[in-house]
Design a protein around this ligand. Structure first.
Ligand SMILES: C[S@@+](CC[C@H](N)C(=O)[O-])C[C@H]1O[C@@H](n2cnc3c(N)ncnc32)[C@H](O)[C@@H]1O
Length: 206
């Protein structure tokens, strides 16, 4: 697994133009839809989408939110997201460079979402990223990703050891609770794909 951010960025720059036309798995689509649903965004919410890519989640949430911030390491993917926002006339979504551990966000946010991106980080970096996310004081963090509910199976399509490093659900749950979140929902989409919903302890859930 490479944990070199520049390598991930270059890889996604290369595929940015075709990413939306790609043959996404049913599990990816289910995960994306569950993240959007569990984000449960309100009209006055500021939403941060980390590893936003071409903005699949960010743009879907924009009409429900006050403001959406998309961050990614790939300029190519961000360019596609900006183009899609302009074409759709979406004015409350902005896309800029930022990484999990340094999201380039200067205010607190209400909801953080991330879909199919965090598995590119090592487990130690995931833990750091979750601490950074907790530092932004969101009420809710919704993580859809490749994650291991059982044993890793290299034959399965969701796990490519050269570029991916999915964590077990247990590792993610520990990191989330250590960072002060309470795990309020676990959606198992596939043995290696799921959605975790984490609420900040003490956050107003109304
Ligand atoms: C498989 S795409 C998912 C994009 C989008 N979230 C979606 O659901 O379609 C993974 C994205 O994560 C981004 N990424 C990889 N490492 C990252 C990091 N350390 N910080 C932020 N984004 C990262 C990649 O550039 C890529 O755009």
């Amino acid at each position: 697994m490479t944990d070199d951010v520049a390598e991930h960025a270059a890889r996604f720059d290369e595929k940015a133009g075709e990413y939306d036309d790609g043959d996404h798995s049913p599990e990816y689509r289910q995960c994306r839809d569950l993240v959007i649903e569990h984000a449960a965004v309100d009209a006055d919410d500021i939403v941060l989408d980390l590893g936003t890519g071409t903005g699949a989640i960010a743009l879907a949430l924009a009409s429900d939110a006050d403001r959406v911030i998309g961050r990614d390491v790939s300029e190519g993917m961000l360019g596609q997201a900006r183009e899609k926002a302009a074409e759709a006339g979406i004015e409350n979504a902005e896309f800029d460079t930022g990484r999990f551990r340094e999201p380039n966000v200067d205010s607190d946010v209400d909801v953080v979402v991330s879909n199919f991106a965090m598995h590119h980080l090592s487990d130690a970096d995931k833990r750091d990223a979750i601490d950074v996310i907790a530092g932004l004081a969101p009420d809710r963090f919704v993580l859809g990703d490749v994650m291991l509910f059982g044993e890793a199976d290299p034959e399965e399509p969701f796990y490519s050891p050269a570029v991916d490093d999915p964590a077990t659900v247990g590792v993610l749950a520990d990191a989330l609770t250590d960072a002060g979140f309470a795990l309020t929902a676990v959606e198992r989409v596939h043995e290696q794909v799921g959605v975790l919903v984490a609420e900040r302890a003490g956050a107003d859930q109304t």
